[in-house]
Write a protein that binds this ligand. Structure first.
Ligand SMILES: *[C@@H]1O[C@H](CO)[C@@H](O)[C@H](O)[C@H]1NC(C)=O
Length: 239
């Protein structure tokens, strides 16, 4: 009995010294947490509770409520919801809401690279260790097809931020595991728009919900034809 008591006390001491195990330490005092758990927050507590429970349930609503706009990503919202007693979805695993959010945000970087919030969005979405590798992009850009395309997020922000927008980009499918997302897509309206371009991206996601690795391959032949075969002028004039 004494041994057990000692063990329990020892565990409690360990729990309060370890942020991961201390429930109170998950309740951060940031604007996101205040919007969800604060006593002066917008909608009644019961509404915020039920939004949180819908978001963190096994089949979550993949959208954060508008009063949670101070939460920059689903991981931060889920963490604020944890303070209202809703368990974090599945430990460090990606939730369906998070997968949808990450794909939609990345897609918006491709469809609106000149948007005023492009850099801030990219900075929030991409991890500090971000790399982007694409033989398809390298081929279009006349670069080594075996090399890394963007070795860090600054290079992505400069490179992708100077691309023309992809006019139409639709998601065909999203598949994810605990730490990776596969995204299948189709783009339309590139250059002459003669051919649609289908492709797939694979993302590695950090526990904080950011993309650390992106791998993208797509129909670069169709893309090149759409933009007039600039690497091969004779191909387009050949009869
Ligand atoms: C292309 O990139 C690969 C991988 O980084 C490297 O091993 C190879 O030497 C590069 N080739 C050229 C011609 O630079």
């Amino acid at each position: 009995m004494q041994g057990l008591l000692f063990t329990v006390t020892g565990l409690l001491a360990f729990a309060s010294a370890t942020p991961f195990l201390d429930h109170r330490n998950t309740c951060k005092a940031d604007n996101c947490a205040r919007a969800i758990t604060g006593t002066t927050a917008g909608p009644p507590l019961a509404v915020r509770q039920s939004d949180c429970s819908a978001f963190t349930s096994p089949n979550p609503t993949p959208t954060m409520p508008s009063y949670a706009s101070a939460c920059t990503n689903p991981a931060q919202y889920s963490s604020a919801c944890a303070c209202l007693g809703n368990p974090m979805p599945t430990g460090t695993c990606i939730s369906p809401a998070e997968a949808t959010y990450i794909v939609n945000t990345f897609a918006s970087l491709l469809t609106a690279p000149q948007a005023p919030d492009f850099s801030s969005k990219a900075n929030a979405l991409l991890a500090s260790t971000f790399t982007d590798t694409s033989g398809s992009i390298n081929f279009l850009a006349n670069k080594n097809v075996s090399g890394v395309t963007f070795p860090n997020k600054e290079a992505f922000i400069i490179g992708q931020g100077s691309q023309p927008p992809i006019p139409v980009l639709n998601t065909l499918d999203i598949f994810f595991s605990c730490t990776k997302i596969a995204w299948r897509w189709v783009a339309q309206g590139i250059g002459s728009g003669q051919y649609e371009v289908k492709g797939m991206d694979m993302f590695t996601i950090t526990p904080g919900g950011q993309i650390s690795e992106a791998y993208a391959e797509f129909n670069s032949g169709a893309w090149l034809a759409d933009i007039g075969n600039p690497q091969c002028p004779k191909c387009s004039s050949k009869t």
